[in-house]
Design a protein around this ligand. Structure first.
Ligand code: IDP
Ligand code: MG
Length: 153
């Protein structure tokens, strides 16, 4: 099973949508294995959004990500990285397809509800950035035989 990082962004929390967004991942059949609320700071955002440092919108992006706490979630599932990424939809929410999270809840390229890891490699790096080994909860998945076929592991 893969693990991926979702960050419920500050605007999502402020708009009272956090529960609804978390619920969508639950309903899809993903398993929540770690979760915490955190106030992000510039230091961690410089690393997390290093690929965007030269962009003109970088300061606004960071301001938005520090405007309130975020909710960090680790979701587990078969091919979870790609599934979660596709659930989020296009970065620019105005171009995101209806039915995706961004396509259903946002009008913005910046204030776009969630962060999702974009590859298995980056998921591992990002999860290490925000979670310690003891943050992960190991608990039974009694519904797995209803959610998956035997070769989907
Ligand atoms: P992603 O979140 O879909 O992976 P990235 O390119 O990694 O997209 O960008 C990270 C975040 O930076 C986006 O989620 C969004 O909040 C912000 N962002 C990206 N492109 C733009 C833009 O053109 N204008 C404003 N904000 C942007
Ligand atoms: Mg990204």
């Amino acid at each position: 099973m893969e693990r991926t990082l979702v960050i419920i962004k500050p605007g999502t929390l402020q708009r009272g949508l956090a529960g609804e967004i978390i619920s969508r991942f639950e309903k899809r059949g993903l398993k929540l294995v770690a979760m915490k609320m955190k106030q992000l700071d510039q230091k961690i955002l410089d690393v997390h959004y290093a690929h965007l440092k030269e962009k003109p919108f970088f300061p606004w992006l960071c301001d938005g990500m520090m405007a309130a706490p975020v909710i960090l979630c680790c979701w587990e599932g078969f091919e979870a990285v790609k599934v979660v990424r596709e659930m989020a939809g296009a970065t620019n929410a105005r171009k995101a397809v209806p039915g995706t999270i961004r396509g259903d809840y946002s009008m913005s390229a910046q204030e776009n509800i969630v962060h999702t890891s974009d590859s298995l490699e980056n998921a591992a790096i990002e999860l290490d950035r925000f979670f310690s080994p003891e943050d992960y909860c190991d608990y039974p998945s009694p519904l797995n035989s209803y959610l998956y076929a035997p070769d989907e592991k």
